[in-house]
Ligand binder design. Structure first.
Ligand code: 13P
Length: 223
């Protein structure tokens, strides 16, 4: 059975109250309950400020959930006001989303910046989830997880076709030495299986539909 990464990207959403409510309502049971086959890796990427809260809850309830962040500083620790660096992230999370199109567009992130962020993630043994829009990106390093996220499909309710997503994923694997390619863009519990059943697609990166704990649970179940 292939490994599937089911990743929630909450983006800049949820207050402290809403974050704790989400995790309380998420109907997953403890690690020992064997609710899902352990080929499904569940990763939640909340805002930085709620990582301590969610980490405590996950540990206290022994939940089979990993945490990730939506960004990382391109710099190591030091005099970089406002930045959150890899060493700090490692206290709370195992994964980090890098190069999301919303960051490339709104924060002018360049390939050079993205490469530096990948280096920082690797330095602190965080697994980068690198977002790309097509197979023609230039990253010199081996990346564990690449997310194919075409801009036209993000937040639009118009996902790419599973056939095209699968072709692009195959191309990415060929060009990048990456073992795992996930698809992102308007994924829901209704369409998730069409993507994950493709042999080249190793999971999904979910925005809007992950904000509802019951819908995200259905996505995991149906994947
Ligand atoms: P949506 O699932 O809201 O389309 O967002 C996808 C995304 O950008 C995940 O990173």
């Amino acid at each position: 059975m292939k490994k599937l990464f089911i990743i929630a990207n909450w983006k800049s959403n949820k207050t402290e109250h809403e974050s704790i409510k989400w995790i309380q309502e998420f109907p997953i049971s403890s690690r020992s309950a064997g609710q899902f086959p352990n080929n499904k890796e569940i990763i939640i990427c909340p805002s930085f400020v709620y990582l301590p809260l969610l980490k405590s809850y996950i540990l206290d309830h022994n939940l089979p959930i990993k945490l990730g962040t939506q960004n990382i500083s391109k710099f190591d620790e030091g005099a970089y006001t406002g930045e959150i660096n890899g060493k700090q992230i490692k206290d709370f999370a195992d994964y980090v989303i890098i190069g999301h199109s919303e960051r490339r567009q709104n924060f002018s992130e360049s390939e050079e910046t993205i490469n530096k962020k990948i280096e920082q993630a690797k330095k602190y043994r965080l697994t980068p989830i690198l977002c790309v829009q097509n197979p023609d990106f230039r990253i010199s390093q081996k990346i564990e997880i690449i997310a194919y996220e075409p801009v036209f499909a993000i937040g639009t309710n118009y996902p790419d076709t599973p056939e095209n997503a699968s072709l692009v994923s195959a191309e990415i694997k060929k060009n990048s030495l990456s073992n795992h390619v996930v698809y992102g863009g308007s994924v829901t519990s209704k369409n998730v299986k069409e993507f994950t059943q493709k042999s080249n697609i190793d999971g999904v990166l979910v925005g809007n539909a992950s904000l509802d704990p019951l819908e995200f649970f259905e996505i995991i179940k149906n994947a």
